[in-house]
Design a protein. Structure first.
Length: 180
C-alpha cells in the first residue's frame, strides 16, 4: 500500500534558524519539462535551462508557510505553499517588475536562512495572491512592496540538492539574475 509509514524522527540538535534569505522566481513555462527528482531522497537533482530572477527581501521579512488541506468528507488532499517577502524602495523600475510578478504564473525557489532551497509551485505554478505598495506614514515606516505568492499542489514542496559554493552552482543550465 502506498500510504504506509516508513520512518520516524527523534528530536535532533537545536540548530535551525527561521526565515527566508531570498526568493528566486522563474517563468512557469520554462520549467514545464526538465525537472528531475532523485530516486531515493526525492530531492531535485536536475533543472532545465532557464533564467531565474533573484529578490532579496528586507531582513526578517521573508517567510514560507506550507499548509496541508485535507477534507475527509470528499477524500481530497492538497498543499498550499505560501511565500511572502518585503522589498523596497518605490521607483518606476520596481513598479514595473511588481506588475510583471502580479501577472505572471511562476516557479518560485525559496532560499531559507539555513541555505536550504525549496521548489514551490512545481506542478501548477505559483501566482501572486496579495501585494501592497506603501509609502508609510512615519519616517521609519516601510516604503516599498509586500508580496505574497501561493501555489496549490498535490505534494509538498521539494528540496533542491545542496549547492557547493553558491546557490544553483550544481545546476549548469540555471542563470541567476542578478548574479551572485
Amino acid at each position: 500500500m502506498a500510504c504506509e509509514l516508513t520512518t520516524g524522527f527523534t528530536l535532533s540538535c537545536l540548530e535551525g534558524i527561521g526565515g527566508v534569505k531570498e526568493v528566486l522566481i522563474g517563468n512557469y513555462d520554462d520549467f514545464t519539462t526538465g525537472i528531475t527528482f532523485g530516486g531515493v531522497d526525492g530531492e531535485v537533482d536536475a533543472l532545465p535551462t532557464a533564467t531565474i530572477f533573484r529578490y532579496v527581501p528586507f531582513r526578517n521579512s521573508g517567510s514560507y508557510v506550507e499548509t496541508v488541506n485535507k477534507n475527509l468528507e470528499t477524500g481530497t488532499l492538497y498543499f498550499s505553499q505560501e511565500v511572502g517577502w518585503t522589498f523596497g524602495k518605490l521607483n518606476q523600475e520596481m513598479r514595473n517588475e511588481f506588475l510583471n510578478v502580479a501577472k505572471a504564473k511562476m516557479i518560485v525557489f525559496v532560499r531559507t536562512n539555513d541555505d536550504q532551497i525549496l521548489l514551490v509551485g512545481n506542478g501548477e505554478g505559483s501566482q501572486l495572491t496579495a501585494g501592497t505598495v506603501q509609502s508609510g506614514a512615519q519616517k521609519a515606516d516601510l516604503m516599498g512592496y509586500q508580496v505574497t505568492t501561493v501555489a496549490e499542489e498535490l505534494t509538498p514542496a521539494v528540496h533542491l540538492e545542496p549547492f557547493t559554493t553558491e546557490p544553483f552552482d550544481n545546476f549548469a543550465g540555471i542563470t541567476v539574475s542578478p548574479a551572485y
